[in-house]
Design a protein around this ligand. Structure first.
Ligand code: CA
Length: 234
């Protein structure tokens, strides 16, 4: 295995799939990532992306939304419905806020709007793959909540399945329970970003998490101008 840069020679290769029908763009991205030590497969159709994702052996999928056979959001929906939790970074030429939110709603972890700087793509891939392999253990001894390592949260006889991002967000709040956690702390601790991607990605995941925790004995409170915190609500 040759990995001169990026993950480093001792790290196992990170397996990426790029689902992109623009052959020229796909080739230039794949070439850059290969130079950074990643193993990259390029797939040109939504059907191919779904088939590849269902094999469950990927570390990351980079997914274009405008594909020739089906929309990229349908790839996401199918994979998430089949409980494939691979981190997905969406590439979209559409600058409408709606399509980005639709992609996040369908289960994307993050998105980049074309055209983007290659360095930014690499930074986001690094953040998503670090987070995915990070420790998931979290103690909930003082909370009426059990966070299972299969991403299911239990409280009494209630259970809910979270996405990896929602789970990481909740785990971050649980570790810091009662304290106000700032936006940059959430980005760093739950999302693996050491920079602010300047998107609404936290807010979208937070909205989903809050909806899923309705009826649970905890709530996520917004502290205006400061951040968010986990409170016991019953
Ligand atoms: Ca396209």
């Amino acid at each position: 295995m040759v990995a001169p840069a990026g993950p480093g020679p001792a790290a196992p290769a990170v397996r990426l799939v790029l689902v992109e029908d623009n052959a020229q763009l796909a080739a230039s991205i794949a070439e850059g990532l290969l130079d950074d030590g990643y193993v990259v497969d390029v797939i040109g159709t939504a059907a191919g992306g779904i088939e590849r994702g269902l094999r469950r052996d990927l570390d990351l999928m980079i997914l274009d939304l405008g594909l020739p056979d089906r929309d990229g959001t349908e790839v996401l929906r199918e994979l998430r419905a089949a409980a494939v939790h691979v981190p997905v970074l969406v590439l979209t030429a559409r600058d409408a806020v709606d399509s980005r939110v639709a992609a996040l709603d369908a289960g994307a972890d993050d998105y980049l709007v074309k055209p983007f700087a290659f360095a930014e793509l690499v930074a986001r891939i690094g953040a998503l793959t670090r987070r995915a392999s990070g420790p998931r253990w979290v103690t909930t001894t003082e909370l009426p909540l059990v966070m299972r390592d299969d991403l299911v949260v239990e409280a009494g006889d209630k259970t809910v399945a979270l996405s990896p991002r929602e789970y990481a967000l909740l785990a971050c709040l649980v570790r810091r329970r009662g304290e106000v956690v700032t936006r940059s702390e959430i980005l760093r601790e739950a999302f693996g970003y050491d920079f602010d991607p300047g998107t609404n990605v936290i807010d979208v995941h937070l909205t989903h998490l809050r909806k899923k925790l309705v009826g649970f004995p905890v709530a996520i409170e917004t502290v205006r101008g400061a951040g968010i915190r986990l409170v016991v609500s019953a």
